[in-house]
Design a protein around this ligand. Structure first.
Ligand code: GH3
Ligand code: MG
Ligand code: MG
Ligand code: MG
Length: 357
């Protein structure tokens, strides 16, 4: 549609137009080219787009009013401010999709306003089109250097303004969609990754993930002749817990027990759920003797713990410990088997105890 549209009596229309032209020429700027009236709006093509919100920063009231009027008739929502400081505040609060920024403002240079907007995390993604009265190359370059996405020298053509706004909004929509898709993809990947390595009940590493860690740590320990110990932990008489409380409460006990172990071991140790009510701890740089001490701390912590859904009752564990260096344990499988055997010895010797290979 045309840039200025006044449905009043002809005298009022001419008076108004004269006034507008006077101010525009007085300030050496003709904001909109009225010779291109009755042109089709570019914004009409964006039928699916919700009303885009434009923040107009323009200190010339007459010009601001004409641009605002024109943009609103082209389907945009427009907020206006008249100086750089207000532009900052508004950019953070009005949730604008695009900023039309006059270069010459009463308080701050438009380039500096643009630079600050582009430095601020909250506003850096809002496209900025600089409106400049100066058409010189250095002014255009300085505007783009300040981070402006585009510039429009005054006097500008209404259709050109519309087209440039449309292009920037379309680019921003594409960018926003891409960002959202990337975020969704990242979330999905994180979920898939955590599903692949975590035990769903306890949140600990699952057996598969543990095998990888174990493999790496075993290689490292063997190569650099560092000690490494492994704890195999099995809950004593867990069947009776399930039988008396039910499977669901049994699950809660398992979860709580996992937390007790986790809070007892060192941060560099790896804890995983090995199977039903069995857990493993891998302690790098730890001799078998120190592994025994760590196991004893775990055993005691569990035996002393009061479980939320087992008032007055205690849970105990049997722990088998194996470690390298040991000439008989020259493979991961042998180390694992030795810890397992030691755990069975602990069961055989009365449970709630630690045995080593
Ligand atoms: P012990 O080890 O002292 O010989 O006795 P136990 O009763 O623990 O015997 P066993 O190791 O053979 O049985 C393990 C029980 O753990 C059997 C199974 O019902 C229970 N269990 C395994 N996985 C889960 C689980 O995910 N949730 C619950 N609630 N119970 C489980
Ligand atoms: Mg100005
Ligand atoms: Mg078991
Ligand atoms: Mg058991």
């Amino acid at each position: 549609m045309s840039s200025v549209h006044v449905e009043r009596k002809p005298t009022v229309f001419f008076a108004l137009t004269g006034l507008i032209l006077f101010f525009s020429f007085h300030y050496d700027i003709i904001p909109l080219d009225r010779s291109r009236a009755h042109r089709c709006s570019v914004n009409e093509g964006i039928t699916s787009m919700p009303k885009a919100h434009i923040l107009l920063v323009e200190d010339n009231k007459v010009q601001a009013s004409i641009i605002k009027d024109y943009l609103e008739r082209n389907g945009y929502r427009v907020s206006t401010v008249e100086d750089g400081m207000s532009a900052f505040k508004a950019a953070k609060t009005v949730n604008a999709d695009l900023i039309l920024l006059d270069r010459i403002l009463p308080d701050i240079d438009g380039n500096d306003v643009c630079r600050w907007l582009k430095l601020d995390h909250a506003t850096r993604d809002i496209p900025v089109i600089m409106l400049t009265a100066k058409g010189g190359m250095s002014d255009r370059v300085s505007g783009l250097e300040a981070g402006a996405d585009d510039y429009l020298p005054k006097p500008f053509d209404d259709a050109e303004l519309n087209a440039r706004i449309y292009v920037r909004l379309r680019a921003k929509t594409n960018q926003d969609e891409l960002k959202q898709k990337n975020r969704q993809l990242e979330d999905m990947l994180t979920r898939v990754e955590s599903l692949a390595i975590m035990d769903q009940l306890t949140g600990l590493y699952n057996r598969r993930r543990f095998e990888t860690i174990f493999s790496n740590e075993f290689k490292r320990a063997s190569r650099y002749q560092l000690p490494l110990s492994l704890l195999m932990i099995d809950i004593d008489h867990f069947k009776t817990v399930n039988d008396t409380l039910g499977h669901q409460d049994g699950d809660i006990v398992l979860r709580e027990l996992a937390q007790v172990i986790q809070s007892t071991i060192r941060e560099v140790d790896s804890l995983a759920r090995w199977g039903g009510e069995e857990f493993v701890v891998l302690s790098p740089n730890t001799t078998r003797e120190n592994g025994m001490r760590a196991a004893e701390r775990v055993r005691k912590a569990i035996a002393n713990h009061s479980f939320t859904n087992l008032p007055g009752k205690k849970i105990t564990v049997s722990i088998g410990v194996a470690g390298i260096p040991d000439p008989d344990l020259d493979s991961r499988d042998k180390l694992l088997h030795a810890a397992d055997l030691a755990m069975y010895t602990a069961k055989k010797n009365g449970r709630n105890r630690v045995e080593s290979a």
